[in-house]
Design a protein around this ligand. Structure first.
Ligand SMILES: [Zn+2]
Ligand SMILES: [Zn+2]
Length: 133
C-alpha cells in the first residue's frame, strides 16, 4: 500500500507530496528504463524478456531471475538548495541536482523538520493525506 504524505513549510506554505512507494523499473541492455506498476508488472516483465531474448520465458523462475537481475527502483528526492523535485535510483544514478548541480538531494519521505528550500526560513511538517492499495 502506498501512503501519501504532504509536507508543508510552516513559513511560506510550499508543499511537497510524498508517496511511500518507489518507482520500479526494468533496465534494458541499452540502459532504457521500463517502468512498471502493480498489478501490471507481469506484462512488462514478459515484454522485456521477449525483447531481450527474442523468445518468451519458458518458466516463471527464468522470468523472475531476469527481473531480479535487471530491476531497479527510483525514489523521489528534493534538492535542499533549489527545491527541484527529481527521481533517482540511489544505486545507479548520480545524486547531483539537475537544476543547480549541487549534491544536496534529500529523500522526499524524510522531510520532517528539514529547512524549506524556497524561503530558507520555515521547516517542513508532514501530514498524512491518503493511501491507495
Ligand atoms: Zn518555506
Ligand atoms: Zn538544486
Amino acid at each position: 500500500m502506498a501512503i501519501c504524505t504532504a509536507f508543508t513549510c510552516n513559513h511560506c506554505g510550499f508543499q511537497i507530496e510524498s508517496w511511500s512507494d518507489g518507482y520500479t523499473y526494468l533496465r534494458g541492455t541499452d540502459g532504457t528504463r521500463h517502468y512498471y506498476l502493480h498489478p501490471g508488472e507481469h506484462e512488462v516483465w514478459n515484454e522485456r524478456f521477449e525483447a531481450e531474448h527474442q523468445r518468451r520465458a519458458s518458466t516463471e523462475e527464468e522470468l523472475l531471475a531476469f527481473v531480479e537481475a535487471n530491476m531497479g527502483c527510483e525514489h523521489y528526492y528534493v534538492c535542499r538548495r533549489c527545491g527541484r523535485q527529481t527521481r533517482r535510483d540511489p544505486e545507479r544514478d548520480s545524486m547531483g541536482c539537475t537544476g543547480c548541480r549541487r549534491r544536496e538531494l534529500h529523500p522526499i519521505d524524510e522531510l520532517e523538520g528539514v529547512t524549506c528550500p524556497k524561503c530558507g526560513k520555515g521547516t517542513f511538517h508532514g501530514e498524512f493525506t491518503g493511501a491507495i492499495s
